[in-house]
Design a protein around this ligand. Structure first.
Ligand code: ARG
Length: 457
């Protein structure tokens, strides 16, 4: 296949070298962005009088016809070309003749690929933000339905204090909302156009970079031509943010796996989102949650690959940077898939409120409240902590719980306990009296939900 750069060479490229160097196998997915960028470039060349009106029209029509034919399947992307840029230019010249050879005036593949990748990534950032919004919408729905679904809260995976399912899920709402804001930040920071940077030092043609940037929906052109062709920070930022999304999904998945276990039975994952075992007929496995947890590692790997590629590269463009694409595409695809599947799984989970409440009653989750009760009776907290510690030990020995212990026995440990202790350590009181901002009590949660609803309009 004839290369764009054959002129100064006297020998054919070795076949293995050609294949090793080629990127069309993966950069073909930049096809639409490549055409879009070329259309803007040629319009600007025409406006500046660098190309004639006739040339501009011919190139524009040619590019539009190529886009149409690839999209309809009439024209297949020929993977014997080195990259998507070479393919488009070759077909263009084949279709419109000499004018096609002028498309690349004042442009290099270095700024061309930098543009294509930015345009493609911008769409991915927006898509991830939308997918996160859908996940948040499902989360909010479940939160609204479970304001008084009591469950144990854990620290060290040991029962700690009672709270509600709504409150527990609220923690994930916060995480995914921060992820969404990160997408907006990244979009704002990356939205500058590298086209016109040339190979590395700009060009002597009188390009109007501000105009091209505007045509392509950017906030302006990038301001240093060397940085323009060698900056992949926006990809690193995006992959970092995607890694954080995956970390959140992975933690949530882990909880779903635990809640789904026979020991907990807090939830039931819908049949449509579960899988069976080839040998054990009774099995219904949480494979989707496990795969999402596993794929977090894969996305971290993509991020590390790109960091390692970029480390130590001198300015400006180096071919190493072609390696950005496969890692980035893999991360984009993986994360989008994971959010969609996770959202579907979450949306169809059945929560076993009875099991959750029952679990919240056991394990002395009301011990802190018993201590707080004594504080209310004038006992200093540290002393109250000690009294309730002894009370818990007594209950463990008698195989009972604080709320089931007769008052007379309680009073052998402290005579500050009175009849109102039972009300003070009931599950309902333990949750509903927690009313500080961000706490699980219903009145506190209602205020937070009002804020969350605003995020989703
Ligand atoms: N395929 C290349 C990449 O993805 C395009 C830029 C090629 N530039 C060059 N000078 N060889 O980075």
């Amino acid at each position: 296949m004839a290369q764009l750069w054959g002129g100064r060479f006297t020998k054919e490229t070795d076949k293995l070298v050609y294949a090793f160097n080629a990127s069309i196998g993966f950069d073909k997915r930049l096809f639409r962005q490549d055409i879009e960028g070329s259309l803007a470039h040629v319009k600007m060349l025409g406006k500046q009088g660098i190309l004639t009106k006739e040339e501009t029209d011919k190139i524009t029509d040619g590019l539009v016809s190529i886009r149409k034919d690839v999209e309809s399947g009439v024209l297949a992307i020929d993977e014997s070309y080195e990259d998507i840029h070479s393919f488009v230019e070759a077909v263009l010249t084949e279709r419109i003749g000499e004018a096609g050879k002028k498309l690349h005036t004042g442009r290099s593949r270095n700024d061309q690929v930098a543009l294509d990748m930015r345009l493609y990534t911008r769409i991915q950032v927006e898509t991830v933000e939308e997918l996160l919004k859908e996940l948040l919408t499902v989360l909010l729905r479940i939160m609204e339905e479970n304001l008084d679904t009591y469950m144990p809260g854990f620290t060290h995976l040991q029962k700690a204090q009672p709270l509600t399912l709504s409150h527990h899920l609220g923690a994930y709402f916060e995480m995914f909302q921060r992820d969404r804001l990160r997408m907006r930040d990244i979009r704002a920071r990356m939205n500058f156009c590298p086209l016109g940077a040339g190979a590395l030092a700009g060009t002597t043609f009188p390009l109007d970079r501000e105009y091209t940037a505007e045509l392509l929906g950017f906030d302006g052109p990038t301001l240093n031509s060397m940085d323009s062709v060698s900056d992949r920070d926006y990809l690193l930022e995006f992959l970092s943010a995607l890694s954080i999304v995956m970390m959140h999904l992975s933690r949530f998945s882990e909880e779903i796996i635990i809640w789904n276990s026979d020991e907990y039975k807090f939830i039931e994952i819908d049949d449509a989102y579960s899988t069976g075992s080839s040998i054990m007929p009774q099995k219904k496995n949480p494979d989707i949650a496990e795969l999402v947890r596993g794929k977090a590692g894969r996305v971290y790997g993509d991020l590390m690959a790109l960091f390692t590629v970029m480390k130590g590269l001198p300015l400006a463009y180096n071919k190493d940077m072609q390696e950005d694409k496969e890692a980035a595409f893999d991360a984009f695809d993986t994360v989008k898939n994971c959010i969609v599947l996770f959202t579907g799984m979450l949306d169809t989970i059945k929560f076993r409120k009875d099991r959750m409440a029952e679990s919240a009653m056991r394990g002395f989750t009301n011990a802190t409240d018993a201590a707080d009760y004594l504080v209310g009776k004038g006992v200093p907290f540290r002393e109250a902590h000690g009294i309730v510690g002894r009370l818990v030990l007594y209950c463990i020995e008698k195989n009972t719980s604080i709320d089931a212990l007769p008052l007379a026995e309680m009073r052998t440990i402290s005579n500050k306990f009175e009849e109102d202790i039972y009300e003070a350590v009931s599950l309902k009181t333990c949750v509903e009296k927690r009313l500080t901002t961000g706490a699980p009590g219903r009145a506190a949660m209602e205020k937070v939900l009002a804020v969350y609803r605003e995020y989703l309009v």
